[in-house]
Design a protein around this ligand. Structure first.
Ligand code: GCO
Ligand code: MG
Length: 402
C-alpha cells in the first residue's frame, strides 16, 4: 500500500485546527492533527513544503521507517513545529493501518488495559465563589476529577479564567493580548481556593491545579507544600521545565503530586524528570511529541519509575488528537488521567467521532482506525482566523511566562 497524496486542511469552527489527510492506492485514507495553537501556519508550511513531497510513493504501512525518516532524516531535530508535523503523519498512518486491519487502533497497540478512561474537566471563575460553583457543576455532570482555577485580586486576566463556562479559549486575539502576573498575590490566593473547595465538597473528588510555569522553583516548593493538606491529584507546570533539575528543589520540600510535559516534544525533554522521579505524571500527548510512535516510548520510560500518563487535552488539540489519545490511554499500562476540555458543537460537527463521555469517563469507540473523521465540506465553511495566545507581564512591564 503506497501513499498517493496528502493534503493539509485548515478550519476554524470557533478555533483553528490543522489536519493532515493521507490517501493511499488502496483507497484507504487516514487523518492526523497538526494544530499548534497560535502558530498554526508554521506547521502548515512545514508539512506542505517539507514533509508531503517526501511522503508520496512511500509504503504507508512502514510507520516506524517514515517516523525515523522525518526525524533523523531531517537533520534538524525536535521542536514543536517539526514534532507536530511528524505527529500528524504518524497518527494518519496508524489510522490507515488500523483500518486496513479492520481493528480499532488500541487493538494494534496491544489491546485494552482498561474499560474506560478517567478524565478531568476545567472549572474556572472570576473569584473563589464562582470557581466553587463551577466545580459543583462539574460534579453534577458526573466528573470524578476537576481542575480548579480562579481569578486573583489584583491580577489582570489570571491564567485559566475563561469568558464562558465550558469553552475556555486562551488564543483570543489577532495579536497577543496582555495579561499580568504577581506571584505574591497568587501565593496568598491559591491555598484559599482549595481550602474553600475542600470545605464545600469534601475529599471525594480529585482536584487539580495548573500553575502554568509562573513560579520560581523556591516559590513552587512553597506552594506545593502549602497545598498538601488539600490532597491535590496534581499540581501542574509549577516552574518552567527547560531546567529539569529545578524540580529537585520542589520534590525535596513537598509530597504534592507533580505533573509536567504538555509543551514537551520528545523523550529528551522529560528524561531527567523521569529518571530522577521528579514528577508523578507526564502530560505529553500524541500531537505534541511526534504521535503514537514516540509517545509510547515516553510512557514506557515513565513506567519504569511508576510515573503515570496525564495527556494534555485542551481544546486546541483537535478531536483527532483526542480520539488518538483515547486509544493510547485505553492501551497504556501506566495510565493516570486524561484532560478533557469539551469542544464546541461546531468543532464536533466538523470532526465526527465515535468516543463518548459518560459519568466522568471517556469511552473509546470500536470503529476501525482511530474513530475520528473530518467533514471537509463543513470544514471549508470556516476559514482560518489569526489568533495568538496571550503574553504575561509583571506590574512593571517585565515579560513573564504566560
Ligand atoms: C492545559 C493547558 C492549556 C494551554 C493551552 C495552550 O493544562 O490545558 O495549560 O490550557 O494553556 O493548551 O494552547
Ligand atoms: Mg497546562
Amino acid at each position: 500500500m503506497r501513499i498517493t497524496a496528502a493534503r493539509v486542511i485548515v478550519t476554524c469552527p470557533g478555533r483553528n485546527f490543522v489536519t493532515l489527510k493521507i490517501e493511499t492506492d488502496q483507497g484507504l485514507t487516514g487523518i492526523g492533527d497538526a494544530t499548534l495553537n497560535g502558530r498554526e501556519k508554521a506547521v502548515v508550511a512545514y508539512l506542505e513544503d517539507h514533509v508531503i513531497p517526501c511522503l508520496i510513493g512511500q509504503a504507508a504501512d512502514q510507520i516506524e521507517h517514515i517516523w525515523q525518516y522525518l526525524y533523523r532524516g531531517a537533520y534538524w531535530r525536535r521542536g514543536p513545529v517539526t514534532m507536530r508535523a511528524i505527529a500528524a503523519v504518524d497518527v494518519a498512518l496508524w489510522d490507515i493501518k488500523a483500518k486496513a486491519a479492520g481493528m480499532p487502533l488500541y487493538q494494534l497497540l496491544g489491546g485494552r488495559s482498561r474499560d474506560r478512561v478517567m478524565v478531568y474537566g476545567h472549572a474556572n471563575g472570576a473569584d473563589i465563589a464562582e470557581t466553587v460553583d463551577a466545580v459543583g457543576r462539574y460534579i453534577d455532570m458526573g466528573y470524578k476529577a476537576i481542575r480548579a482555577q480562579s481569578g486573583i485580586p489584583g491580577i489582570k486576566d489570571a491564567y485559566g479564567v475563561g469568558r464562558g463556562t465550558l469553552h475556555y479559549e486562551p488564543a483570543d486575539a489577532a495579536l497577543p493580548s496582555e495579561t499580568t502576573w504577581d506571584t505574591a498575590k497568587a501565593l496568598a490566593h491559591v491555598p484559599q481556593l482549595f481550602e474553600a473547595l475542600r470545605a464545600t465538597y469534601g475529599f471525594d473528588h480529585h482536584l487539580l491545579h495548573d500553575a502554568h510555569h509562573r513560579y520560581t522553583p523556591q516559590e513552587a516548593a512553597s506552594l506545593a507544600r502549602r497545598l498538601e493538606d488539600f490532597r491535590l491529584f496534581w499540581l501542574e507546570d509549577l516552574t518552567p521545565a527547560e531546567n529539569q533539575a529545578a524540580f529537585r528543589l520542589i520534590r525535596q520540600h513537598s509530597t504534592t503530586p507533580l505533573a509536567v510535559g504538555e509543551i514537551f516534544n520528545t523523550i529528551w525533554d522529560a528524561k531527567q524528570l523521569i529518571e530522577e522521579q521528579l514528577i508523578d505524571y507526564i502530560r505529553t500527548t500524541v500531537v505534541g511529541a511526534g504521535g503514537i510512535t514516540h509517545l509510547r516510548r515516553i510512557a514506557d520510560l515513565a513506567s519504569l519509575y511508576q510515573i503515570r500518563t496525564g495527556c494534555h487535552g485542551a481544546t486546541d488539540l483537535s478531536p483527532v488528537t483526542m480520539g488518538a489519545a483515547l486509544h493510547f490511554d485505553t492501551w497504556v499500562p501506566n495510565f493516570g488521567i486524561q484532560e478533557y476540555m469539551r469542544h464546541t458543537p461546531e468543532t464536533d460537527a466538523v470532526f465526527p467521532h465515535d468516543y463518548h463521555f459518560e459519568d466522568g469517563f471517556l469511552h473509546v469507540g470500536d470503529t476501525p482506525g482511530h474513530g475520528v473523521t473530518i467533514d471537509e465540506t463543513l470544514a471549508a465553511r470556516y476559514p482560518y482566523q489569526p489568533a495568538f495566545l496571550p503574553v504575561a507581564m509583571l506590574e512593571d512591564g517585565t515579560m513573564w511566562n504566560w
